[in-house]
Design a binder for this molecule. Structure first.
Ligand code: NAD
Length: 503
């Protein structure tokens, strides 16, 4: 259970640069509780490009010593961090729920997910970080060794403000990189608490730096900074696309971008419809549809459409979008007023695009203390060219039910969006799920499950507009290290490969 009061204002926020906490010396910004929109949560310094310069310089200065530190000793600090997260789970979950509007139990699950990432990274510290390979010359040994790339900028979204930063910070630091972290301006407190735990765990000054602020003031100067080697970004496609371009313009910078989606649950002809309805409900409306992997679409075999709708719609109607600390709630609010406007606009667009509306999505007003709550919008829509609401990410409780006539058509409909992040197929037929597994565009696939619910020791990343092929979590190691080849000659003369003469 939560151990902190729900109504206190957090202490004034600070940047963390070279091991020092720095208060605002200029503009600041406020953070509010999305479930109670008039409630102030805290005030944070609005970083500038000068702050970014200082943080990147601190990370650069710390890099040589950190890289030289034994990998096992770097790993031991993650063991310390894991103990601290365990100590503070309840408090962290409460902060996260107040800031993001996630239900307390979901917030707790996110803290545990972050803990799992830290434990995973601790475990990998004693694992090999390269390999020995035979040479065609007997006297030579060939090695492949992963080396850290340098300074990693970590820019993260509000909807997973504890786990996603850890997916990126933890592998980066274990591999010997140093980091500059910019949390979302919607969830600055949980980002700051995380960095405070890194400091308490004993990570040396400069290895992890934190700058608060928005995308233009901090995110952009950080992503474009010439002394940043890798940008690890999670957020919207619009921002990720810019980060990819900036990295491409640089001579040395690489990036790992995890972006939006239009994920889907596919309910086949032979599906267990009870399971299908539960999977669809969790996929579409948990976290009020604000997971990157939230389903914006349920594709249903036409022969099962009526039976599915009969099971699904009454449940969706009863789903309670309420206070994150109320155990009866299924999901909380949207994050801010802009999100309410965006979802409302897509709900209206669905009608204009000819949807048959089954549940009207509405702003839930006064009774919920003016939080950004919305009820789910559910509609039937035929798949056809040009329908935006079945192709674009809405990021809210907005769900299209799309009929299909056979598996090939379902696969074509599933793939007909610019995204490819998560896909769940509901079927009892092992031949059928194999077809979907192989033909659909996604990074995370599920069978007889919702399309949400990843675990950290798997890669997490999509294709097309959902990701640039550098998955996060366990797989981030590939983005934050360079695979070097190293050859040692044990003879007294030089012999070249491929028969080349050395005389
Ligand atoms: P967002 O893109 O608005 O913001 C993400 C981060 O980028 C924030 O820290 C923000 O301040 C920063 N930013 C904004 N403009 C920037 C700029 N010009 N340059 C550099 N940084 C900038 O996203 P959001 O609203 O916080 O999160 C929701 C989005 O994130 C959704 O599209 C969701 O699908 C996606 N998401 C994806 C994953 C994934 O793993 N694929 C996970 C979580 C969320």
């Amino acid at each position: 259970m939560a151990t902190v009061a729900h109504n206190t204002v957090f202490d004034p926020g600070r940047h963390f640069i070279a091991g020092d906490w720095r208060a605002a010396d200029g503009a600041s910004f406020e953070s509010h509780n999305p479930a109670r929109t008039r409630e102030l949560l805290g005030v944070y310094p609005a970083g500038t490009s000068a702050d970014v310069d200082a943080a990147v310089a601190a990370a650069r200065e710390a890099f040589p010593n950190w890289r030289r530190t034994s990998r096992v000793k770097r790993g031991d600090l993650f063991d310390n961090l894991a103990q601290l997260i365990k100590r503070d789970v309840d408090e962290l979950a409460t902060v996260l729920a107040r800031e993001s509007g996630k239900l307390l139990d979901e917030a707790r699950a996110e803290v545990i997910e972050g803990l799992h990432m830290v434990q995973y990274v601790f475990g990998t510290a004693r694992q090999p970080y390269g390999q020995v390979i035979a040479s065609e010359i007997e006297a030579k040994d060939l090695y492949e060794r992963r080396k850290p790339r340098g300074v990693v900028a970590v820019i993260t979204p509000w909807n997973f403000p504890f786990a996603v930063p850890l997916w990126m910070l933890a592998p980066s630091l274990l591999e010997g990189n140093t980091t500059v972290f910019k949390p979302s301006e919607e969830t600055p407190e949980i980002g700051q608490r995380l960095v405070a735990l890194f400091a308490e765990a004993g990570f040396p000054a400069g290895t992890i730096n934190l700058i608060h602020g928005d995308g233009l003031g901090v995110g952009e100067p950080l992503a474009r900074h010439p002394d940043v080697d890798v940008v690890a970004f999670t957020g919207s496609y619009e921002v990720g696309a810019k980060i990819r371009r900036w990295a491409a313009e640089s001579d040395h910078k690489t990036c790992a971008c995890e972006m939006g989606s239009k994920s889907a649950v596919i309910v086949c002809e032979d599906a267990d419809l009870e399971l299908a309805a539960s999977a669809a409900l969790l996929s579409a409306f948990k976290t009020a549809g604000q997971r990157c992997v939230s389903a914006g679409r349920v594709l249903v075999h036409r022969s099962k459409l009526g039976a599915f709708v009969e099971r699904f719609v009454p449940r969706a109607e009863q789903v309670r979008f309420g206070d994150p600390f109320d155990r009866q709630s299924f999901a909380g609010p949207l994050i801010n007023a802009a999100a309410v406007e965006k979802v409302t606009a897509y709900n209206e667009l669905a009608r204009r695009e000819g949807a048959q509306v089954l549940l009207e999505g509405k702003r839930l007003g006064d009774t919920l203390a003016d939080g950004y709550f919305m009820s789910p919008c559910v509609y039937l829509q035929e798949h056809r060219p040009g329908v935006r609401t079945i192709r674009e990410e809405v990021f809210g409780p907005h769900l299209a039910i799309i009929p299909f006539d056979n598996d090939d058509e379902a696969i074509a409909i599933y793939n007909d969006t610019p995204y490819g992040l998560s896909m769940a197929v509901i079927t009892e037929d092992y031949r059928r799920w194999r077809l979907y597994r192989d033909e659909c565009d996604y990074g995370m696939g599920y069978v007889n499950l919702p399309c949400i619910g990843a675990e950290v020791h798997l890669p997490f990343g999509g294709v097309k507009r959902s990701g640039n092929g550098q998955p996060s979590a366990a797989a981030l190691v590939d983005a934050v290290t360079h695979r070097t080849a190293f050859t040692v000659n044990h003879d007294r003369t030089i012999r070249m490969a491929q028969g080349m003469k050395a005389e």
